[in-house]
Design a protein around this ligand. Structure first.
Ligand code: NAP
Length: 312
């Protein structure tokens, strides 16, 4: 999406020292994440590390905004000149009517995780799709004959489905536990390119679906810390997977999850959710700053931060 380049003011003096108290000055520009709750977000640490590396006079803050206060928060952001922000649960859908410009991708997904200031108001897009796709696009394989099995039909599954359609995957099979939610999921897509590729299936169809899949993506929270023994797929189903299939878990705590551990035991390749987190953040920061961003610094910072959070 095209938009005006933003000024990216730099701090000239010792940046580390300045961020320890002195560096926030009258020219500091604001970025942040709105969520409720937002205390556990890793975005501030990741973005501020990148900003520090680039020696820019920005700061990225967490904003706990109750769902009832989203409109006021966005108006307030406008009033105080916030440059851009991420949206997390529960604001990804409710932000949509407050935007003057929405990317095709965000419309397809039905959710926005990144907004930026425009002359008319706010623009929005969904960088979760970029984040999900990044590790897959780094692989040499073609997706033109692939079958993707998506476990779960929530918000992240929508980004995964849109991403798989972008990759050119012809068969996207979504499995869920609620027939009603699966039906809603199926009918919610208006784009013919997605409708023609998508099918939805009950959870008990997994023994039939797993052997067909080239890529199996867990978009459920099953297996996320502290419930690290749980997996959406029992090990005996992994035994049915195609040789060469890839297991992708959007969860990044623990690393690896039980789901990925079991896939690895079957000799399959695995991808965890950390790279998605890094790349969705990098895509957002690039949009706000209109310049390349230090992805390695963002990744290392997240890895360190996660290691410090994990119980030893
Ligand atoms: P969500 O909207 O709440 O969707 C969760 C989905 O999981 C729903 O379809 C839900 O089914 C299903 N589910 C939950 N428990 C289940 C169970 N016991 N058995 C079967 N299905 C179950 O959440 P989300 O925002 O999509 O996030 C999902 C996961 O992705 C989270 O772990 C999140 O941390 C991760 N994520 C990671 C990234 C990243 O950057 N790596 C980005 C986004 C999300 P029902 O619809 O039937 O309730």
């Amino acid at each position: 999406m095209e938009r005006n380049a933003l000024n990216t003011p730099k701090i000239s003096e010792n940046y580390e020292q300045s961020r320890n108290g002195q560096g926030i000055d009258g020219k500091t520009r604001l970025l942040g994440v709105l969520g409720y709750p937002v205390e556990h977000s890793l975005s501030p640490v990741m973005h501020n590390a990148a900003i520090a590396h680039l020696q820019l006079n920005y700061v990225y803050l967490p904003f706990p905004v109750h769902p009832d206060h989203l409109i006021q928060a966005i108006k307030g952001f406008e009033a105080i000149g916030v440059v851009g922000a991420n949206l997390t649960i529960p604001h990804k859908q409710s932000i949509l009517p407050l935007l003057s410009e929405v990317s095709e991708r965000a419309i397809a997904v039905g959710a926005v995780n990144t907004i930026w200031r425009t002359e008319q108001g706010w623009g929005g897009t969904n960088t979760d799709v970029d984040g999900f796709l990044a590790p897959l696009q780094a692989l040499p394989q073609s997706w033109q004959d692939a079958t993707v099995l998506v476990l779960g039909n929530g918000g992240a599954a929508r980004a995964v489905v849109a991403g798989c359609a972008d990759l050119g995957v012809p068969a996207i099979q979504v499995a869920g536990r609620s027939a009603e939610k699966l039906q809603q999921f199926q009918t919610s897509w208006t784009q013919p390119t997605i409708q023609s590729r998508l099918s939805t299936h009950p959870w008990d169809a997994l023994p039939t679906l797993v052997p067909q899949a080239t890529l199996i993506v867990n978009t459920t929270p099953i297996g996320m810390a502290p419930h690290t023994d749980a997996s959406p797929l029992p090990p005996e189903l992994w035994a049915l997977a195609k040789p060469g299939a890839i297991a992708y878990d959007l969860i990044y705590t623990p690393r690896p999850t039980r789901f990925l551990h079991d896939a690895q035991q079957q000799g399959l390749s695995i991808i965890d959710g950390l790279e998605m987190l890094v790349q969705q953040g990098a895509a957002a920061l690039k949009l706000w700053l209109q310049q390349p961003v230090p992805i390695d610094i963002m990744r290392t910072t997240l890895e360190t931060s996660l290691a410090q959070r994990s119980p030893s």
